[in-house]
Design a binder for this molecule. Sequence first.
Ligand SMILES: Nc1nc2c(c(=O)[nH]1)N[C@H]1C(S)=C(S)[C@@H](COP(=O)(O)O)O[C@H]1N2
Ligand SMILES: [Mo]
Length: 506
Amino acid sequence: MGRTNHAGIGVLAASAGLAAGHLSASVDEPAASPLVAVGTAVIDAAPTPLKELAVATLGTADKPVLIGSVLAITLAVAGLIGILARRRLWVAGALLSALVMVGGLAALARPTATARDAVPALAALVVGVGVLVGLTELSRRTVPAGTRPGPAAGRGVSRRAVVGASVGVAVGSVLAGVGGQVRATARAARDLVLPRPLVPAAPLPTGLDASVRGISPLQTPTDRFYRVDVNLTVPRIDHDSWSLDIDGMVERPLRLTYADLTRMRLVERDITLTCVSNEVGGGYVSSGRWLGVLVSDLLEAAGVSGPAEQVLSTAVDGFTISTPLRALTDGRHALVAIGLNGAPLPDEHGFPARLVTPGLYGFVGATKWLRRLTVTTYAAEQAYWTRRQWATEAPVKTSARIDTPAPLSTVPSGRVAIGGVAWAQHRGVAAVEVRIDDGLWQPARLGPDIGVDCWRQWYLPWDAKPGLHRLAVRATDRTGDVQTADRAAPFPDGSSGIQEVVVTVS
Ligand SMILES: Nc1nc2c(c(=O)[nH]1)N[C@H]1C(S)=C(S)[C@@H](COP(=O)(O)O)O[C@H]1N2
Ligand SMILES: [Mo]
């Protein structure tokens, strides 16, 4: 058999080894796959300008391109090893082992590595060298087709047998590689257990929703949490190969893995998230119990330096959001969140990690599928919505919503509870008032206070007389700011007004 065939055997041996390593890694720690480990090491070692160039020119394709390059180089070297194996089989075997061990060392050099992370490389070594030796021996004994197995060709095998064995190895490698990948990604969603917060939130008190039907619960069930983003498909991210970069105007750029984040000081906070595009009375507002690391802790670890004004956060798909640096460092509990309502973030809400900034609308403080935090200036970097002329400072407006009775509904006369929620994140709700028809503003009763960043439930008992009625609601925050209907709306949709609801009492 010729050189090309032997080069092919080398490539097959390496492919089979890498696939076996990938499959083996998917059982315990996908990041320990020799191929993935070398890729990660290359990223870590690459100088920042090169990384930036890769992200700028390749975008989110940078990871597949990198893994593809590592694979191509490995297979090229393996081809040469295959050719060498034709004459010096054991030297070639030793070289292939050394090649695989590069992956093993990369896996063990990871900051979170354990001794078990050597297993995938050992699997790769056994399978790779086994295939190399087996196929090379087989090919050495081939006899040309049609040759009669005479006494001299006693142990000869046909060419077809070698081809068959090679195809078998190739198919097995693809199955093992794909199987490992599928397993690694499926694992991501399945067996993730969040650590307990170091600073837990108090148990949720009983809300007004327990006694007044129709009021939004204090905590929005995760499957009913509003969703707003520019994405056509939800990114599905493997948290084991994901990492968060903190760079820009910092003294010590950081790269944190998911495991790194889970080992940091985790805090739990009840925070209401609102979209600036929420219409008066609309549903683009929800409250959740977020688990995460304080952004201020991360920025402190990185050491902000220079005339920084904003943190530009970049999602895995390249989407960007600008958040005023002040809002992340003024003591409020802005988080890089990994959990919502006691479970890992759902894919729809930014798994594996997202930004949550209390008091700011989502488009300036709630980046989902977070990948990078860059400390910078507004002159240097513009985010997705900033480039589209949206506001750079976008504090949440003091707002209230009537949940019950529903707009245009009919209620029986007598005792009716008017109720809903009000929010003024970061400042806190001080009062809610209701106006019936042309009456005076009457103070509503407020539900439990679970912090300035979370909405407040409210209700007002009403002795409803038959007829058509207009109900209006307004909130006041703790700085004394009263929600009004006529304030100029700085946002495209004019979302600052008060809500009026018309109901029929029968
Ligand atoms: N990556 C990414 N993050 C994003 C967005 C987006 O389009 N892409 N939209 C933002 C907007 S406008 C809002 S209001 C919130 C909504 O978060 P939610 O879908 O979890 O409620 O996410 C913010 N984060
Ligand atoms: Mo939004």
